[in-house]
Design a protein around this ligand. Structure first.
Ligand code: HEM
Ligand SMILES: *[C@@H]1O[C@H](CO)[C@@H](O)[C@H](O)[C@H]1NC(C)=O
Ligand SMILES: *[C@@H]1O[C@H](CO)[C@@H](O)[C@H](O)[C@H]1NC(C)=O
Ligand SMILES: *[C@@H]1O[C@H](CO)[C@@H](O)[C@H](O)[C@H]1NC(C)=O
Ligand SMILES: CC(=O)N[C@H]1CO[C@H](CO)[C@@H](O)[C@@H]1O
Length: 233
């Protein structure tokens, strides 16, 4: 865990294809306890411009058995200059869950998409987003969303089943654009192509929550039940 990420985050910004080693220079994650929702998140920063970051936070249950699908809570904070922000769980655009979020008043809209090529992704039916009752907001500078995702951490990638290890670090991809989406209240709105994409290393282990189910309930989401994830081929 590192705490000095300010300038280092800017070193990773790229508008185009970054060097393969970019993510080794990127800042890593810190643990963040969110006063609004009570979750302990692992927090990473992703440079959106030379002067602004997107903050990504991910929380998961503690002691997830190996091989078991698990839900996560995703919190994102973006500057108002961005019309949408995306997070790629497989660390690239193709064949992995892509969360796409855009501002919509006090209730940002979040969906999961899936791309089979470098073109507009489609809705991804094997993941479900559930907004929490707190942690979504906007003010004069930023907009913020907090959602549960079922199906973001296990998926069928280009080379078979991927299970994201909740105890470890992983390269994530991200993308963003200043352009506003066509229909911000809709989870299936078309989005303008990203101006920026890049990668960061997210350390999931700092987002472990022994009281995950109770925290979900506190935030208006019914308790965790075993979930069978349908995998795409
Ligand atoms: C609006 C629809 C989208 C279009 C038309 C699009 C198009 C493209 C294209 C053409 C590239 C290749 C760029 C190059 O080779 O220099 C690319 C790369 C990339 N895109 Fe997208 N994209 C879209 C949405 C998204 C979304 C929602 C994400 C979510 C995070 C995303 C993440 C990435 C990433 C991480 C890369 C880097 C290359 C890779 O790892 O595959 N894209 N995109
Ligand atoms: C993560 O670590 C915990 C504690 O050591 C362990 O109980 C659990 O099985 C591990 N989970 C995975 C997916 O490796
Ligand atoms: C605006 O919202 C962001 C994200 O929730 C927060 O980090 C920031 O402190 C807020 N700014 C003010 C002035 O309240
Ligand atoms: C999940 O899968 C198991 C084993 O295939 C099955 O017994 C169970 O009914 C399924 N649960 C749900 C909620 O679909
Ligand atoms: C969709 C949703 O749950 N929105 C919530 C955002 O947060 C406010 C409180 O800050 C709630 O009142 C909304 O219900």
């Amino acid at each position: 865990m590192r705490v000095a990420y300010g300038l280092a985050a800017l070193a990773g910004v790229a508008v185009g294809r970054p060097s393969p080693d970019t993510h080794h220079l990127a800042p890593r994650s810190v643990s963040y306890v969110d006063p609004d929702t009570g979750f302990t998140f692992s927090e990473s920063r992703a440079a959106a411009t030379l002067s602004a970051n997107i903050i990504y936070r991910i929380a998961q249950p503690a002691n997830i058995p190996a091989g078991q699908p698990y839900d996560i809570v995703i919190q994102g904070v973006a500057p108002n200059s961005l019309g949408w922000v995306g997070l790629a769980f497989g660390g690239s655009m193709i064949r992995n869950p892509l969360t796409v979020a855009y501002p919509n008043g006090q209730k940002p809209t979040v969906s999961v998409r899936w791309a089979t090529g470098h073109s507009t992704p489609a809705a991804y039916p094997s993941a479900t987003i559930t907004p929490l009752s707190a942690g979504n907001k906007s003010n004069g500078t930023h907009w913020q969303f907090t959602v549960k995702c079922t199906g973001c951490t296990t998926y069928t990638g280009s080379s078979g089943t991927i299970r994201i290890d909740p105890n470890s670090s992983r390269r994530m991809g991200y993308a963003c654009a200043p352009g506003k989406v066509a229909n911000p209240a809709s989870t299936t709105s078309t989005i303008p192509t990203h101006d920026v994409y890049n990668y960061f290393t997210h350390e999931f282990q700092y987002g472990s929550n022994p009281n995950f189910a109770a925290l979900l309930q506190r935030n208006g989401v019914a308790g965790e039940e075993p979930v069978n994830v349908t995998l795409l081929n």
